[in-house]
Design a protein around this ligand. Sequence first.
Ligand code: FMN
Length: 336
Amino acid sequence: MADKDKKYNVLNASRLSVAPMMDWTDRHCRYLHRILSRKTLLYTEMITAQAILHGDQAQLLAHDSSEYPLALQLGGSDPAELAEAVRIASEHGFSEVNLNVGCPSDRVQSGSFGAVLMERPELVAECAAAMIGAARGVEITVKCRIGVDRQDPEKVLPKFLDTVSQAGVGRFAIHARKAWLEGLSPKENRDIPPLDYPLVLRMKQQFPALRIVINGGISSLEQAEGFLAQGLDGVMIGRAAYHDPIAILQMADRRIFGCDHLVSAHQAVGQMLPYIEAHLQGGGRLNQISRHMLGLFAGRPGARAWRRVLSEGAHLDWAGPALVERALAEVGNDAA
Ligand SMILES: Cc1cc2nc3c(=O)[nH]c(=O)nc-3n(C[C@H](O)[C@H](O)[C@H](O)COP(=O)(O)O)c2cc1C
């Protein structure tokens, strides 16, 4: 795909995205999500620039070309390392590279990356400029919070957007709550600091040329459509898309992107079977894939039976497509 087509594609896709989530949005999860929606932008889990530079690149960056448009999320704060990681990522076909300025990480132990960088917009701008310099047709974006700890988001967020956009970043995904770096666990930091959607909406008014994507606590397509109607450029959904992928992704192509693509949960399972088969033949295990499929029938008849059969059996040595088919049959029985 030509660079300009790739950029258009990812920009358009960013109207709806599934958030980067460590341990959750791995390649198997993304494969499932892509079956349900052809258009939604998908993100990898965060990978640190250092891991890419010094680790097993082929394994860390592995994905299926069907996952496009696909964004790689990087963690780091060293401009040269990030630039090198972007150069490598662009050779692997990613449509976008996103810098993580949102994960609460311990300042002292893990150096500066993630949300603590909200305190250092100039460094983020330097990182972004270096990444853009290495990008070769891949769009560089930033995912951030509205502030950390005692910062005043009303002051900090506009300054952050202004400084980082001057380095050339045109799209920001904003998790609409602070991160409290002292005293809260990463999990608590996704729920306890209050959401401030109006602030994110005001940022779009203040910076109309930037593409602003809102994130945090969004749990339905209706809500996503509401934010788009209010002028935001995109909506990023994390936990709701993972726990109930049908509710978020099944109608996404039609309602958010205006194109026809509709796959039922049953059909999605059917399309996963050859993928599972290939994974097992390559030495993988069923539960590495099926754990991401547990929510496929969430809130619908048969959900309990589906989860039970997969949870009880998928870790066993012999487990394969036949177990998934049995779980699917149980959905029918349970629903009857
Ligand atoms: C299990 C889990 C892992 C996460 N890992 C990351 C990550 O690697 N990078 C990141 O920027 N945010 C990460 N997040 C935060 C999400 O991207 C998102 O900002 C947050 O969950 C709020 O959106 P939601 O309310 O729609 O889930 C993670 C969230 C969860 C639940």
